[in-house]
Design a protein. Structure first.
Ligand SMILES: Cc1ncc(COP(=O)(O)O)c(C=O)c1O
Length: 417
């Protein structure tokens, strides 16, 4: 029985403050954001209001097909009812308390996440974003080995905080992050010879984005991952897979780690964020015993990591993926997309796995991206100007892929034809 407590504060305001205003036109919303937000993002000319599955609706009530999944975040689709209900129930009970106390919700989310991870993974550390997960993963590797050097790969993206951006050998990111953290060394993605040349007994970690999404959905052969594992074992190096994009079912496997894409090898640490909680900000480092056992009290920490609201969203996200068979659906989406794109004009290669697909064109794909947006289909570009990226929700339906197929199979959009 719940004890009745007299209410001194916190009576609900009706209607809630954020919904009180009258509906705003797109031009007003745009003006308001531009007036008050630092101008660092390049935006599409729409404001979104609500979503359901792979559909989103603008402030003007127009429906768009979201094949970009809210920036690779909305794997369960927009506002999945199971996730929304879990957040709602938890919000009514307790929004937050830090790791100074125990929580059944935190325990359940951690247990569930470890249960779907590769078998050697036994523990999790929760934080708030992808870059924070990578910072902590590299810190754990340094603690576990007593070494400082970190090897990462040309084309990999690991985030924008100091250590993660220093591990990002892509475009001008390291430049943005100056001064860089010392002892970050670059190797060639997919080349074990290049790894052997730089990763040695002074190396704490090798961190790799197993499918390089931002770089244009670049892939490496499964044997490369086995060779990487062997090299790490021979030299006592911690192997970190940055699965911020590839994790949580996106490739048609719970994780790239341990799947046939990695020749079944498992890393020592897996980092996650993006779709881990369907849009509630959460990051995580999954670790095996070897690494986890090296971490002592106060070595890692963050105020918000593992908060109850976020944990409810993590647990419900995993349950939704399981209950709706989304991993199998991600595989189906891939094969349907491949069939649909195969004969499309201007396409040279289709890359990637599951719901992480790169479509390479004969020339720059910006006009295709703009054409699709005109047809009310949201897709993404990449650092490779020729590669269009698709990161659709794992619940994308056959008729939604058909809409994309019809829109992409048109001539006259690029100059080559
Ligand atoms: C592979 C990868 N790692 C790390 C990050 C950084 O994640 P966040 O933006 O949550 O810090 C990203 C973000 O795009 C990413 O794609």
């Amino acid at each position: 029985m719940r004890e009745e407590i007299p209410k001194l504060v916190g009576r609900p305001v009706s209607p809630p403050v954020s919904f009180r205003d009258t509906v705003m036109k797109f031009s007003e919303i745009q003006q308001l954001e531009d007036d008050y937000q630092i101008a660092t993002y390049k935006k599409m000319g729409i404001a979104l209001d609500r979503g359901e599955g792979a559909w989103v609706w603008t402030s003007e009530g127009e429906r768009y097909l979201d094949l970009y999944g809210g920036h690779a975040v909305c794997a369960t689709g927009h506002s999945h009812p199971h996730v929304v209900a879990a957040i709602h129930e938890q919000a009514k009970k307790l929004l937050f308390y830090s790791n100074l106390v125990y929580s059944d919700m935190r325990g359940r989310a951690a247990e569930k996440l470890v249960s779907v991870a590769p078998p050697t993974i036994t523990k999790v550390f929760f934080c708030n974003s992808g870059t924070e997960a990578n910072e902590n993963a590299m810190r754990m590797a340094r603690m576990a080995t007593g070494r400082e050097k970190v090897v990462s790969f040309t084309g990999g993206f690991h985030g924008r905080t100091a250590d993660s951006i220093s591990a990002t050998f892509l475009g001008r990111y390291r430049e943005i992050g100056k001064p860089n953290v010392p002892l970050h060394v670059e190797a060639e993605f997919g080349s074990i010879g290049s790894v052997r040349a730089v990763a040695d007994t002074e190396t704490a970690a090798i961190i790799i984005e197993p499918i390089q999404s931002m770089a244009g959905v670049r892939e490496a052969a499964p044997v490369f991952f086995r060779e990487l594992r062997n090299h790490c074992d021979e030299h006592g190096i911690v192997l970190i897979f940055d699965e911020v994009q590839t994790g949580m079912g996106r490739t048609g496997n719970w994780f790239f780690s341990g799947s046939e894409l990695a020749d079944s090898i498992e890393p020592d640490v897996i980092t996650l964020a993006k779709s881990l909680a369907s849009g509630v900000p959460v990051g995580a480092c999954l670790a095996n015993d070897r690494v986890a056992s090296c971490i002592q009290e106060n070595d890692l920490g963050t105020t918000f990591g593992g908060g109850m609201l976020a944990m409810a969203a993590v647990l419900a996200t995993i349950e939704a993926i399981e209950q709706d068979g989304m991993i199998e659906n991600a595989q189906r989406v891939e094969s349907q997309l491949r069939d649909a794109i195969r004969g499309a004009p201007y396409v040279t290669i289709v890359k990637g796995r599951g719901c992480l697909i790169g479509v390479e064109f004969k020339e720059e794909c910006r006009p295709i991206h703009a054409h699709l947006l005109e047809k009310r289909i949201i897709t993404g570009t990449s650092s490779d100007p020729k590669v269009l990226r698709l990161l659709p929700p794992l619940c994308t339906l056959p008729e939604q892929v058909e809409l994309f197929a019809a829109a992409i199979n048109v001539k006259g959009v690029l100059s080559t034809e």
